[in-house]
Design a protein around this ligand. Sequence first.
Ligand code: NCD
Ligand code: ZN
Length: 349
Amino acid sequence: MTKSLTIKQPDDWHLHLRDGDMLAAVLPDTAQHFGRAIIMPNLVPPVVSTADVLAYQKRIMAALPKGMNFTPLMTAYLTEATDAEDLAKGFQDGVITAVKLYPAGATTNSASGVRDVMAVQPVLEKMAEIGMPLLVHGEVTDSDIDIFDREAVFIDRVLDPLRQRLPQLKIVMEHITTSVAADYVQSGSENLGATITTHHLMINRNHILAGGIRPHYYCLPVAKREEHRLALRALATSGFSRVFLGTDSAPHPDRAKLMACGCAGIYTAPNTMSCLAHVFEEDGALDHLEAFTSINGPKFYGLPISDQTITLTKQDLPMAYPEMITAGDETVTVFDPGVDLFWRVDTLV
Ligand code: NCD
Ligand code: ZN
């Protein structure tokens, strides 16, 4: 039985760090294991311009504890008022790594998102021209579309036509949750990738709703039926080169989760690597863990693979990790995978 596994240092290709006390509280949980992360721009107000991105990057670096190495890969939030030249310059200067498309109203802090993709066509054309990736929250927001169908309908109505209009545009389907999206990314060309979260590999919609409502499992896109979780697992553990880890670790104060209208987001940064080792071992695919967490992402983004490694060690007794963390006056609950975890991240060399 494998007891120890050394892999290239992982990166997180979809992460929410927030700002202020929350940023200071959650950043070390990511930086202790991950070398880089794609930082989501959905602050209030959103991070829309190159100047906003630079300022946010500075706040992140100022919050990083001394002695920790971590590179935030910054994104800008696409709006119908985005200045294509400003973002192009930010990309060419190495300040911005990618642009994030939120359909307006799709998720937390997405009110300034895009209502009509045709309205941002000139920005997308510029991005295609310079090789700047578009990261897509792939859900339609129409109130008449069932929430469990919103990803599949988005692929059909928005993503596929967009890819036909702009075949050269590099696109990442963020946090895919269905077999439809899993099939779609595999059938795509070299410039189509997808991220999968830790939690969508471990929970289905029963975890949220059966036997009582569990707000800490509520996120967007919402977890789907078991058959979809299994399709995501099969894809992630296959080592398929255009699919990689994006935890979508999204901290919210417990106060905001535990209310009549609780917000979406699961905080997985502290135990993600332990969860993933568990999942990949369960599926007999520990040899593909490194591809998913550390190789496929940088390759897709055209960035170097880490020259650091981490070692995961399987211990005999279940691992202890905090149920919650504190951020200022608030608590944030850590993802409960519902199983004991035995793989701990041992050393960072
Ligand atoms: C994210 C957040 O809280 O910012 N929430 C979530 O459920 N994933 C937004 C997002 O990525 O959709
Ligand atoms: Zn997210």
